[in-house]
Write a protein that binds this ligand. Sequence first.
Ligand SMILES: NC(=O)c1ccc[n+]([C@@H]2O[C@H](COP(=O)([O-])OP(=O)(O)OC[C@H]3O[C@@H](n4cnc5c(N)ncnc54)[C@H](OP(=O)(O)O)[C@@H]3O)[C@@H](O)[C@H]2O)c1
Length: 276
Amino acid sequence: MNLELNISSKVPTNQSNSVPLLGLGVWKSRPKECYEAVQAALELGYRHIDTAAIYGNEKEVGAAIKDSGIKRTDIFLVTKLWNADQGYEEALKAIDVSLQKLGTDYVDMYLIHFPVSGKRKDSWKALEKSKMDGKAKSIGVSNFMVSHLEDLLKESSIVPAMNQVEYHPFLQDTSLKEYCQKKGILLEAYSPLAHGQKLEDERLTTLAKKYNKSNAQILIRWSLQSGNVVIPKSKNPTRIRENADVFGFTISPEDMIEITSWNENFRTCWDPTTVE
Ligand SMILES: NC(=O)c1ccc[n+]([C@@H]2O[C@H](COP(=O)([O-])OP(=O)(O)OC[C@H]3O[C@@H](n4cnc5c(N)ncnc54)[C@H](OP(=O)(O)O)[C@@H]3O)[C@@H](O)[C@H]2O)c1
């Protein structure tokens, strides 16, 4: 990984577009907060926004993008197919509903939110069609473990561009990461701040002091230097700024190894490992 990154740095996907390495997550941002957060992020130079149908804020994400005056083509917009909408026909309808709420003709990445048993392959076929129809520039998955990816790849004509999974120093599925790398699937780290639940970790505080950075900045920088695309969420403009101020320093190789040793399978979100 080239360490000379900045807020506009992108990484190519396996499907012809490129994704900005840093994005803003908007899960749990209420509509008004979400509008303001996206507006603040775009002003600061973020060009990647991660929402989902189930977050209930696609309309505000779309409005903030439109009102920003930034060209739609300069923004990487991600949304996701919710579980209740999985299945071929249902998924085709769901993307249209999302596009309408977002006020756009296409998303840059459409993800299957969760590997729902018995449905995910039909959903994937619908995503393939949405890509062919130009409604999604790239398509990918979220919360897919190695077994789900193997199962999908057996029958699909398109390899997912991205797998968005929970990933931070306290939860690292390295075999999943290696598998994704081998297949050319980008790993996108969601809940990179462990949903705010590990920010008080003393080892993290010690390192943050050493680099004169905040605990959150160390976690985000670790993710970037580990080669992940990363989407910290904040509804607070000061923190949105702080979370993007991670490009002017480098964590040393020794400290990267130290942080990487903190894995304790600490999962803050839902657990896809037991899904058949
Ligand atoms: N695909 C999936 O299943 C899935 C699941 C979970 C998340 N995601 C995506 O990933 C994004 C990020 O994950 P996440 O929202 O779970 O958690 P996160 O980004 O790890 O942490 C967010 C929490 O940390 C706080 N925070 C943010 N910046 C901070 C800072 N600089 N200092 C102190 N606290 C800070 C936020 O509070 P404030 O907002 O008050 O600042 C919020 O409580 C989501 O928003 C969503 O887009 C996807």
